[in-house]
Design a protein. Structure first.
Length: 207
């Protein structure tokens, strides 16, 4: 971490001094009604006393309350901000005057590359990655191809077919009779055939 620049420390102190004398701008009659929130809003009423700037009523924001010119566009750390989108934006930046802010559109992979380059150049990053988890680290490209939707669908179909075949085999096992039951069924079928044979012989004798 680099120290605050000496050139801008005086401007920051001046800005704090001017800010301490400024009034706190609050929304009109927010102190009277709970339904009105604190952040300032411009008055729009025709007879509004604050809009008409009558004596004794609250002051509205004015260009006269602006901060000192030397401290404008300065970060509280004392640096001037520069928005960065890629590695090319880091070229030609003076680390003594400027600090870098990475744009929110930048992905984690490119952000890690930018952070590595800022360490080499000695630049300060105002919004670094606080915690690097396995999901946020840059993933190196591998030779393996990702599965397409069609391949995933075919795999799912194959799994469903295998499950159906297992269910059919289980049903077939349940339907097959046990050895004792099979013997009983054979005996019953033999008795039935004998009875049929005796009936036919009796009918022939009668004839």
């Amino acid at each position: 971490m680099t120290e605050k620049p000496k050139l801008n420390s005086k401007a920051l102190r001046m800005r704090e001094k001017v800010k301490s004398k400024k009034p706190v701008f609050v929304r009109y009659e927010s102190w009277r009604y709970k339904r009105l929130k604190k952040p300032w809003r411009r008055q729009k009423g025709l007879d509004n006393k604050a809009r008409l700037k009558l004596k004794g009523w609250e002051v509205s924001p004015n260009i006269g309350f602006r901060g000192p010119r030397s401290a404008r566009d300065l970060h509280p750390s004392g640096y001037k901000e520069i928005m960065v989108h890629n590695l090319a934006d880091l070229e030609g930046i003076d680390p003594k005057e400027y600090a870098v802010r990475i744009a929110h559109q930048v992905g984690t992979r490119k952000k890690m590359l930018i952070l590595g380059k800022t360490d080499e150049l000695g630049l300060r990053v105002l919004n670094p990655v606080s915690e690097i988890t396995p999901s946020t680290t840059a993933v190196e490209p591998t030779g393996e191809k990702k599965e397409t939707k069609k391949e995933q669908a075919t795999k799912e179909k194959e799994i469903e077919k295998a499950k159906e075949e297992e269910k059919e085999t289980e049903k077939a096992k349940e339907e097959t009779p046990k050895p004792k039951e099979a013997v009983k069924t054979k005996k019953k079928t033999a008795q039935k055939t004998e009875k049929k044979g005796t009936k036919k012989e009796k009918e022939k004798d009668k004839d």
